[in-house]
Ligand binder design. Structure first.
Ligand code: MV4
Length: 424
């Protein structure tokens, strides 16, 4: 887009590739994230001294922090993302669910808002039927959840859930949902401009996860028909328009027995966005910047063409069996390439992976005309990828992409945990 960029970084990331490649770089503090990447004043100072126009929050850190988004705007910069009000609305899981439900999105049967007492919880559970799940409104992403299979378990866990939510998030409010036993995790990507134009860019199947960390994602989902995609996509777009939401967003669903149930909405760009780019040809970060700059979307749903199939493997510097982080120096590095192969990474030979942050070091995204073609390319690309000096999850991806259930697209949100246990 010809836009000059400023990278911000901690002292632990002095040698990071993005720092080398950006037009300018500003150090915003020491390794500890709370003193650098979460330091709002330091980031705003960096924007001020470099004369920045806009701030892209990336993913993680302050990307879903409503207070940061509003500070960015108050200081005269453009926040590349939704309004602070929408970030706040979706950050509170009860508010989010009530809002999307009233906008027409199907939700998991459960309580209408927070449950204040054990009695109210027991009554709600009788109505919806066991097993039920207690979720903290300030949780999300798997934090602050408890399953209860009967009234005894609910009596045991309800007040505990509230106390844990209070100490973990500073907010005790909990709500209840029917517990779905074997769903897939399917999320819809949407884009909305400032003028009420909304499109969906199809779904991503993110069911392959371990301890709430996604491992491998694919688009489209092997579990959906074109009619199901169109139906939930149109429902999602209509709701986003009704809510007045702008910029990129992802609506997360559980999908079980042919039905969609909303769980959460993400108001940031997601790690797995490249698989959507791969099958739509739409550059999501470019669209985020255009929308933030006040440009109209410029195309409609009928102009969005879905082509082929894409996989993303998250490559972490971790032991592929124990998942224990393995920071350290990369001694040798060779990336795969060729048609349909994309590697999003800042790694290079000689780079020292710092121990302070998330262990994801690369994303391998592979596209083909069909799922079978994409899978063949993915296996070939995984075989070509060389990362020496640290342990990585590449061996896990090699095993996973040979598994018959995976080949058949036959998996739910619990499948990978069992696969890992089986192969250890
Ligand atoms: C659920 C559920 C079953 N039933 N809600 C976990 C993360 C958070 N986003 C919501 N989560 C779940 N909510 C109901 N009513 C099961 C999960 C869940 C899960 C969801 C998506 C991907 C992986 C998961 C792993 C365990 C549990």
């Amino acid at each position: 887009m010809g836009i000059r960029t400023v990278a911000v970084h901690s002292t632990a990331d002095n040698d990071a590739m993005h720092v080398r490649l950006a037009d300018e770089a500003v150090c915003i503090g020491p390794p500890s994230a709370k003193d650098s990447y979460l330091n709002k004043a330091a980031i705003l100072s960096a924007a001020t001294i470099t004369g920045a126009d806009a701030i892209h929050p990336g993913y993680g850190f302050l990307s879903e922090n409503a207070d940061f988004a509003s500070m960015v705007e108050e200081h005269g910069f453009t926040f590349i993302g939704p309004s602070p009000d929408h970030i706040r609305m979706m950050g509170d899981k009860i508010t989010a669910k009530l809002a999307v439900k009233s906008a027409g999105i199907p939700c998991v049967p459960g309580s209408e808002g927070a449950l204040d007492t054990e009695e109210a919880a027991l009554e709600c559970a009788e109505q919806i039927g066991y097993p039920v799940l207690i979720k903290a409104t300030a949780g999300g992403g798997g934090k602050g959840m408890k399953v209860a299979r009967n009234a005894d378990e609910l009596r045991e866990s309800f007040n505990l859930a509230r106390n844990e939510a209070k100490s973990a998030f500073g907010n005790a409010d909990c709500y209840m949902e029917k517990y779905l036993g074997h769903p897939r995790h399917i999320e819809m990507q949407i884009l909305a401009d400032n003028y009420g134009n909304v499109v969906h860019l199809g779904e991503r199947d993110c069911s392959l996860q371990r301890r709430h960390q996604k491992v491998l994602e694919e688009a489209p989902s092997p579990a959906l028909t074109a009619a199901q995609r169109e139906s939930i996509g149109n429902i999602a777009s209509a709701a986003i328009k009704k809510l007045g939401y702008r910029n990129a967003g992802t609506i997360e669903f559980l999908f079980e027995n042919g039905e969609f149930f909303f769980i959460e909405m993400n108001t940031r760009l997601q790690v797995e966005h490249p698989i959507t780019e791969a099958i739509t040809g739409i550059d999501l970060v470019r669209e985020q910047i255009r929308i933030a700059a006040g440009a109209p979307l410029g195309y409609e749903q009928k102009d969005v063409k879905f082509q082929g199939h894409a996989f993303e493997c998250r490559v972490n510097a971790e032991d592929s069996q124990t998942f224990i982080p393995s920071p350290g120096r990369i001694t040798n590095y060779h990336t795969p390439g060729g048609l349909g192969v994309r590697v999003d990474s800042g790694m290079y030979a000689g780079y020292r992976i710092p121990p302070h942050y998330d262990s994801m070091i690369a994303k391998l995204i592979v596209t083909g005309n069909t799922r079978a073609e994409a899978l063949m390319r993915l296996r070939r690309a995984l075989g070509e990828y060389v990362i020496d000096g640290v342990k990585t999850t590449l061996p896990l991806h090699n095993r996973l992409t040979q598994d018959q259930d995976f080949v058949n697209g036959d998996y739910d949100i619990h499948w990978l945990e069992k696969f890992v246990a089986r192969s250890n």
